[in-house]
Ligand binder design. Structure first.
Ligand code: NAI
Length: 434
């Protein structure tokens, strides 16, 4: 099925991945998905800010050649305007997913490696989990990277500026793998019967009748590639501590194994030392050029995020812990307006950058939603392709704009004396401050 593509830009060239990392031309082609709901409002603002920052930083020598690709409601609206919602719902799930996430979009991301997207609605009708999950799965984007730091937005804690942590959340395993059976189903009964009869588990399922069952796969390969990504990030970005967050005290062979495999990866790096080595060999003082690899039980880490945030810098954790922790951390520094993210496969180089919020349908098309998270996701993207000068400029400008209290509604209502701006006006304020 052909999608109504905007053809490739004439001028650009693809980003490539070589043995020593990404090779980025001066005019890289970067696909973008506008997104549903408020994607209509915030994606154009993000494009405008990024273009202006790149122009300002590189004086016209560099420019992103944006390639619009389709997904979500926009893919249906452009490719299949003839289909009614009822007709779409009647299409079998796999085919329906391909309408919402056309092959050409996936091919474009594969061809050009790096992409950015607005939020996507989970399509109507059963059988499709989420386009975001599908995208992560199809491209094996195993690391969900979420930097959380304070940019001056109102925050619920006393010293939000003390928080500066980059979360590496494993994206492909854990209880999120989607292996579960409904209570009372033949499948659940069968698994419970197998546990009882074949595996001798006779007393650990408290109420075996009418009991839902889920499976938690945590593998050596999946854990190690995630922890490796976190350690490499820390080394490259001069971050001093990598913390493995887990519930290994309870779930020994999944979460505990993640911790153990994490330390095995750490041992491969001469720069990495453990807490034991730190006290035995270095008297508790982290020497220059070293990275401390430690671990914390998840519940304890939740407390320490609030009480001793300065002790943490990079966190590597599994899917479920990472979901809760990174959202709670984002709330700690001011919430959805400052919550960027990326889903990355560091081996293939595929990277899809996106805000962590959804489509906020209530505010769609009103030019009022906060484009901050998507702009910060673009900042991550600029750093990923090595254009940090433009990234730094955007961050500085955003800080200034937030400090001047000229902000979108979500922030304005929490700030005394704020001037309420539309999404597009907020973008223009950032551009003016570059
Ligand atoms: P949501 O993030 O869209 O909205 C939650 C709340 O935050 C709402 O009150 C909304 O008004 C507010 N909000 C979100 N982003 C905002 C922004 N940029 N500026 C100002 N206020 C903002 O989450 P919800 O309502 O659970 O999901 C709506 C849809 O989005 C669903 O279809 C869901 O599947 C999808 N979704 C997509 C994601 C993605 O594409 N990565 C992530 C999360 C949800």
């Amino acid at each position: 099925m052909r999608s109504n593509y905007v053809p490739s830009p004439d001028d650009g060239a693809p980003i490539r991945r070589g043995s020593d990392g990404l090779s980025v031309p001066d005019h890289p082609i970067i696909p973008y998905i506008r997104g549903d709901g408020i994607g209509v409002d915030i994606t154009p603002v993000m494009l405008r800010v990024v273009d202006a920052a790149v122009e300002e930083a590189f004086g016209g020598g560099r420019k992103i050649e944006w390639l619009k690709v389709l997904a979500g409601d926009e893919a249906i609206a452009i490719d299949h305007p003839e289909l009614s919602p009822a007709e779409i719902e009647a299409i079998p799930p796999e085919e329906r997913q391909a309408l919402y996430l056309p092959d050409q979009t996936l091919e474009a991301i594969r061809d050009y490696l790096v992409a950015i997207k607005g939020p996507l609605t989970t399509p109507v009708g059963g059988g499709i989990r989420s386009l975001n999950v599908a995208l992560r799965k199809l491209l094996d984007l195993y690391a969900c990277v979420r930097p959380v730091r304070h940019l001056g937005t109102p925050a619920p804690v006393k010293r939000p500026e003390d928080f500066d942590v980059v979360f590496f959340r494993e994206n492909t395993e854990d209880v999120y793998a989607g292996i579960e059976w409904k209570a009372g189903s033949a499948e659940a009964e069968r698994v419970i019967g197998w546990l009882r009869d074949e595996m001798g588990i006779t007393d650990r399922i408290r109420f075996p009748e009418n009991c839902g069952i889920g499976i938690k796969p945590i593998s050596e390969e999946g854990s190690k590639r995630l922890v490796r990504a976190a350690i490499e990030y820390a080394i490259k970005n001069g971050r001093k501590v990598v913390t493995l967050v887990h519930k290994g005290n309870i779930m020994k062979y999944t979460e505990g194994a993640f911790r153990d495999w994490g330390y095995e990866v750490g041992a491969e790096y001469p720069q990495v030392i453990t807490e034991e080595e730190l006290s035995e060999r270095y008297n508790g003082e982290l020497p220059e050029g070293k990275v401390l690899l430690n671990d914390r039980i998840a519940d304890q880490f939740f407390q320490q995020m609030l009480l001793r945030p300065r002790e943490y810098s990079v966190v590597a954790t599994m899917n479920l812990n990472g979901d809760y922790l990174s959202d709670a951390a984002a709330a700690q520094v001011g919430g959805l307006g400052v919550a960027p993210g990326a889903n990355i496969n560091y081996e293939t180089g595929y990277a899809v950058f996106e805000a962590t919020h959804g489509t906020a349908p209530k505010h769609a098309g009103k030019d009022k939603a906060n484009p901050g998270s998507l702009i910060l996701s673009a900042v991550m993207m600029l750093r990923y392709i090595g254009w940090s000068e433009a990234a730094d400029m955007i961050i500085d400008a955003m800080r200034k704009v937030i400090a001047s209290k000229r902000v979108t509604y979500d922030l304005a209502r929490q700030m005394e004396g704020a001037t309420l701006l539309k999404a597009s006006e907020f973008g223009e304020e950032i551009v003016r401050n570059l």
